[in-house]
Design a protein around this ligand. Structure first.
Ligand SMILES: Cc1ncc(COP(=O)(O)OP(=O)(O)O)c(N)n1
Ligand SMILES: Cc1nc(C(=O)O)sc1CCOP(=O)(O)O
Ligand SMILES: [Mg+2]
Length: 207
């Protein structure tokens, strides 16, 4: 995976039973999301790892890749293509050493000051929240599209916009130098998750 071909849409699971996380991932992959991030804060590691393996098998035919959220050891154990960590999830340089060179590593950036501390070995940034969102109750202060543009201008790394983002934001985020969008509810809460994914992707491509 090179920086040039990081897909523009990352779907992140909503920790819900209905639709199940597996069904969410299947629909997002069918709709064309290139990255599917498995995020669940309380599932025991063994269950999380089993689900991660199941999702990897389900989404492989659609050419989608799994990112593991937070759990470094599980990402290594299941051989995930990628791992996403935040500001509070450990030292990214140390984590890069642990996961080796083959796994894509994403890091959250919430403010411009964080950019100075992004070490070599980070492949992309998740930048936000753009807006306040109920999907992450402990989110940082919203930065808006303007804050996103400022951060994107400070780094050569691809920046995915996250936090309350919908298809309405695609054009503005692209103009602001964004490489793509990362969403939960715009897909997980849609009446048809596959159609919502396809619409988001097409809107991004046409923006
Ligand atoms: C693509 C992407 N960007 C940002 C985040 C947020 O990560 P983090 O700050 O570690 O918060 P949690 O998701 O762990 O609650 C993300 N997951 N994905
Ligand atoms: C997981 C996550 N991280 C954020 C950040 O700002 O770092 S916002 C967020 C939740 C994104 O969900 P939705 O698309 O439903 O707003
Ligand atoms: Mg995290």
């Amino acid at each position: 995976m090179t920086l040039q071909n990081i897909p523009p849409l990352c779907f992140i699971t909503e920790a819900a039973d209905s639709p199940s996380m597996l069904a969410q991932c299947r629909a997002a992959a069918r709709g064309g999301a290139g990255w599917i991030q498995l995020r669940h804060k309380t599932l025991p590691d063994t269950e999380f790892a089993a689900l991660a393996r199941q999702i990897m098998a389900e989404i492989a035919p659609y050419d989608a890749k799994l990112l593991v959220n937070d759990r470094i050891d599980v990402a290594i154990e299941v051989g995930a293509p990628g791992l996403h960590i935040g500001q509070g999830d450990g030292d990214p340089a140390e984590i890069r050493r642990r996961i080796g060179s083959g796994m894509l590593l994403g890091l959250s950036v919430e403010e411009a000051e964080h950019i100075q501390a992004v070490p070599d070995g980070v492949d992309y940034l998740g930048v936000g929240p753009i807006y306040a969102t109920g999907s992450k109750p402990d989110h940082a202060a919203p930065i808006g599209v303007k804050g996103f543009a400022k951060i994107a201008s400070l780094t050569p790394l691809p920046c995915l916009a996250i936090g309350g983002v919908t298809e309405r934001d695609a054009a503005a985020i692209k103009r602001a130098g964004g490489a793509g969008l990362a969403v939960i509810s715009a897909i997980s809460r849609a009446p048809d998750m596959e159609v919502a994914t396809r619409t988001l992707l097409n809107t991004w491509r046409e923006a």
